[in-house]
Unconditional design. Structure first.
Length: 113
């Protein structure tokens, strides 16, 4: 199992941008798929973006065209670039394998004016 440490969250106005980072213990080059998940208050955790070891990406419809997931296998880091943020993007964001194993602490993203 990997361990993850998410960072980069914060408070941003609607229309703004944030870049989340996920430092993964151990090598991620061997893991086929890594993903970013989010959990909003009173809602189930959902997978919003995933990326394979070869760079193929898949996005949830709610973030398509606004979010970009990318990975640096040499640095064992996965990123989520979030643009054109909306209040409904407010959630705690986590990275994990797909399917998920051990959860990290996550990072809070709040989109509000």
């Amino acid at each position: 199992q990997v361990q993850t440490a998410e960072s980069g969250g914060g408070l941003v106005q609607p229309g703004g941008s944030l870049r989340l980072s996920c430092a993964v213990s151990g090598s991620i080059s061997g893991f086929y798929v890594m993903g970013w998940y989010r959990q909003a208050p009173a809602k189930q955790r959902e997978l919003v973006a995933r990326i394979t070891s070869t760079g193929v990406t898949i996005y949830a419809d709610s973030v398509k065209g606004r979010f970009t997931i990318f990975r640096d296998n040499a640095k064992n880091t996965v990123y989520l670039q979030m643009n054109s943020l909306k209040p409904e993007d407010t959630a705690v964001y986590y990275c994990n394998q797909v399917p998920p194993t051990r959860w990290g602490q996550g990072t809070q993203v709040t989109v509000s004016s």
